[in-house]
Design a binder for this molecule. Structure first.
Ligand code: UDP
Ligand code: MG
Length: 313
């Protein structure tokens, strides 16, 4: 027989969040107290923080029995922290939520309703504004979603955050994907299941600062593209075909010109430009190939996505 009380696991990745964690916990517990039909489990994953995050986490389980924590041996990145949290979770429902309170825990009751009453498998949040974000970041972010949705079968929703509540069935489906190079936004979408989107206003983080530099986000977006589409490889081959025909066309043009005008030596500047253009494109294509090879290489090593140093699930 099924228990009446169902459990929600909150998975909270933390990297240098010593100031945010107490504030987060206070708000999360306040929300939990208002939800009578469910119990909570809060799993903090210390992703190799360099500040006092781990010290803060150590004090929590004694004060709050619903709190657990894991601590990595070094910084493995948010994706690894999410994976560890999902693996450690035992709830009937699992929510993924940031520690910096940019994801308001107050939305949880509404998300829970979406699943138990409206029958969705997942309720996810979507930012309707990018207020407080550097303009250039918003610009590239939009480009990224345009591009990835055009070249990948997996739909990625612009403005989708990682903040979502999922059923155990969906979480297990995500955990069955064993790839090491994880791009959660893509994985969440790839596994399918019905998702309800809740819009919310962007709020600034409560303390500390963002862990993502522009360059890191750029590399992360490459992960998203390489992880969910092989179209760039096809584009590389298309370049080859295009150049082949251009070369034939060029040869014909030159032959005709030679027949009409003879062969005065000129045009070295255009030759140089052509060489640079073609070799540049070749390098680009080799680079694309390299991206896929590098990912394959990393996957074949099959190293663990993270190493836990302290705490047990
Ligand atoms: N985070 C993490 N490992 C990292 C970077 C970030 O666990 O290497 C966590 C961080 O503590 C926060 C969440 O991931 O709870 C989102 O990070 P952040 O707020 O810096 O990203 P942003 O909201 O600016 O996209
Ligand atoms: Mg944040």
């Amino acid at each position: 027989m099924r228990h009446d009380l169902q459990k929600i696991s909150l998975v909270v990745p933390c990297y240098n969040e010593e100031e945010s964690i107490p504030l987060f916990l206070e708000r999360a517990l306040a929300v939990a107290a208002t939800m009578q039909r469910v119990t909570f489990e809060i799993i903090f994953i210390d992703d190799g923080s360099k500040d006092g995050t781990l010290q803060v986490l150590r004090t929590l389980p004694d004060l709050h029995p619903e709190v657990k924590y894991l601590s990595f041996s070094r910084n493995f990145g948010k994706e690894a922290a999410l994976l560890a949290g999902l693996e450690a979770s035992t709830g009937d429902f699992v929510a993924v939520i940031d520690a910096d309170l940019q994801h308001p825990p107050e939305l949880l009751p509404q998300m829970y309703q979406g699943i138990v009453e409206e029958g969705f498998d997942c309720v996810a949040t979507r930012r309707i504004s990018r207020a407080g974000e550097p303009k250039i970041r918003s610009f590239f972010s939009r480009r990224f979603y345009r591009l990835v949705n055009r070249i990948s079968e997996t739909e990625m929703v612009d403005g989708a955050t990682d903040y979502r509540l999922m059923t155990r069935q969906m979480v297990d489906a995500i955990l069955a994907l064993k790839e090491n190079n994880r791009f959660s936004k893509g994985l969440f979408s790839w596994v399918g299941f019905s998702t309800k989107w809740i819009p919310f206003e962007n709020v600034p983080r409560v303390a500390g600062e963002t862990k993502w530099s522009f360059w890191q986000l750029f590399m992360y977006s490459l992960d998203g593209i390489v992880g969910f589409s092989v179209k760039p490889l096809a584009i590389a081959s298309l370049f080859g075909v295009l150049f082949f025909f251009l070369a034939i066309l060029g040869a014909v043009l030159i032959a005709v010109r030679w027949l009409i005008f003879g062969d005065p030596v000129q045009g070295w500047a255009s030759t140089i430009c052509l060489i640079l253009f073609v070799s540049g494109t070749q390098l680009l294509c080799t680079g694309i190939l390299g991206q896929y090879m590098a990912k394959t290489y990393l996957e074949t090593k099959a190293r663990p996505a993270y190493i836990v140093k302290e705490g047990k699930p």
